[in-house]
Design a protein around this ligand. Structure first.
Ligand code: GLY
Ligand code: MN
Ligand code: MN
Length: 520
């Protein structure tokens, strides 16, 4: 990693300081440049700013996401006529000193612009209200376009300079790509303030994304009341806008799941290497991560590679344990494609390729619970919460048959009981899309209590987790943790499709699939 100097100012500015200025009074925030040895002479500055070939000005084609994003903007605009809606992309996040995390735009921004990957730090989408005509709003995308190669930014700005971060877009290019009018970010403050204030246009901003944009909005709307509640309502509306996926989103989800299935195949092929390695779980994580970066943007969340008893730690992402023959390994992983849609799939695999009878007993119960939720999902009028109930009915009955419950299955399923939840404390389903836990700001009546609707994509992911230190279960079950997670689409006709069905789920199919991959 190269030393970059401070981000807030051009690194070369610091280099004009005399040594005597570099005193103990220099603030810590400016000391990052003390390592810099970039030349400062006027001759260097003139030389590096010149002699570059002309850039070919070819505008990109409109993105396939653009018309869908326009329709989404129209839908949210219709909910807030006459108001100005501000949707920031978010900022780069510092990892340490002058090193940032890879940029990922905020999900609402990605959804409304169709932009993905690392597009575009500090950008802001504004829906300006318009009167008359068919549209309630005009969208404008404010961002910092690239500077010319003759600028200091080009070679001296480690956050924005093309010599540091690669090719950056012009206003015209982003307009062509998104179909959205673009403007320089420097014009944002004036555009926000032009007719806001007390009695003026109401302004809402998605909260918690970009503090500097929020400050600009708050300054522009001084005198307006209950702004926090207004912002919450906007975040909620944008979250609920994603509850039903359009055709573009479904296609992106299919891509994410296809790449994820390839990643699971890679894992099976790598299992012998994982067994040999003292941190075999890391081998699994690494193999999947390589596939995710090759085929998509990244993993959609930290991979869980949990061997043996680690499967009973629900968010086991340390992944530093061994992978032992005879154990199960629970892998919860999803590829996020460049548009940022992510899969979320779990398979629990026998490391040797064959389940033991005890493992199989647990696995089959979890599979039965998943299938019960899946069947329930295809019934008309079913609510989201019913999927969990269907899975729990199965698990409570199996656990009762095995003599583990201190009551009958029915008593356990009552609100006062719930004993079976000792071995599955998480939920069975969540919406899935740009975020792995998508639509998280939606109201309860739109999420848990809502009927399933065409276009919804969600997980079904029951599990049973018997910790090694759980004295309430027989010894043969201790240390076994199983989850099976699939991604489900509600089709237009109300039927449901398991989008991840190409990855074997039944125990015998898993064994046959693993055997076939190991022969290659
Ligand atoms: N991988 C996170 C989840 O399954 O919800
Ligand atoms: Mn999940
Ligand atoms: Mn998962």
């Amino acid at each position: 990693m190269l030393a970059t100097g401070p981000h807030v100012r051009l690194a070369c500015d610091d280099e004009h300081m005399k040594d005597t200025d570099r005193s103990e009074s220099q603030p810590l925030s400016e000391r990052g440049s003390n390592r810099s040895q970039r030349p400062t002479s006027a001759a260097f500055r003139r030389f590096i700013a010149s002699g570059w070939a002309e850039r070919e000005e070819v505008l990109p084609e409109e993105s396939p996401a653009a018309p869908y994003a326009a329709a989404r903007r129209a839908r949210v605009g219709a909910q807030f006529p006459g108001e100005r809606l501000v949707v920031p992309a978010g900022t780069l996040v510092t990892r340490s000193n002058d090193t940032d995390y890879r940029f990922r735009p905020h999900s609402a921004f990605a959804h409304l612009t169709g932009l993905g990957t690392d597009q575009e730090p500090d950008a802001v989408l504004v829906l300006h209200p318009v009167e008359g005509g068919e549209q309630t709003h005009e969208a404008v995308l404010y961002f910092r376009p690239r500077a010319g190669k003759d600028s200091e930014e080009f070679y001296a700005d480690s956050r924005y300079g093309e010599l540091w971060v690669g090719e950056r877009p012009s206003l015209e290019e982003v307009a062509a790509l998104t179909g959205i009018r673009t403007a320089h970010i420097d014009s944002l403050a004036d555009e926000l303030a032009k007719d806001a204030g007390a009695g003026g246009v109401q302004v809402r901003v998605v909260p918690g994304v970009d503090a500097s944009v929020e400050a600009q909005v708050n300054s522009a709307r001084r005198g307006q009341s209950e702004t926090a509640a207004a912002d919450t309502k906007l975040a909620e509306a944008l979250s609920e806008l994603r509850l039903r996926k359009d055709d573009y989103e479904v296609a992106e989800m299919r891509k994410a799941i296809a790449a994820t299935i390839k990643g699971f195949e890679d894992i099976v092929r790598a299992l012998p290497r994982a067994v040999e390695h003292p941190r075999g779980e890391r081998v699994i994580e690494g193999v999947f991560g390589a596939r995710a970066r090759e085929e998509g943007n990244a993993t959609g969340y930290d991979t869980i590679a949990a061997s043996g008893n680690h499967a009973n730690t629900l968010h086991w992402i340390r992944n530093d344990g061994p992978v032992r023959p005879g154990d199960l390994v629970l892998v919860d992983a999803g590829v996020e494609v460049d548009s940022l849609y992510t899969a979320d799939v779990t398979r629990t695999l026998p490391v040797d390729g064959v389940f033991t009878p005890a493992q199989r007993k647990v696995y089959d119960a979890v599979l039965e619970a998943a299938d019960a939720a899946f069947s329930r999902a295809s019934q008309p009028g079913v609510r989201f919460r019913d999927l969990h109930a269907a899975a729990m009915e199965v698990l409570a009955h199996r656990l009762a048959e095995w003599g583990l419950l201190p009551a009958s299955a029915e008593e356990s399923l009552s609100e006062e009981g719930q004993y079976h939840r000792r071995w599955m404390v998480h939920g069975t389903s969540h919406h899935l899309g740009i975020d792995v836990h998508d639509c998280a700001q939606a109201r309860r009546e739109m999420y848990l209590d809502a009927e399933l609707q065409p276009g919804m994509i969600f997980t079904i992911e029951p599990g049973l987790y018997f910790r090694a230190d759980d004295l309430t279960v027989p010894e043969e079950l201790r240390g076994i943790g199983v989850r099976i997670e699939d991604d489900i689409l509600v089709r237009e006709d109300g039927s449901v499709e398991n989008l991840s069905a190409a990855l074997p789920r039944r125990a015998e199919d898993v064994e046959a699939w693993m055997a076939s991959l190991r022969q290659v």
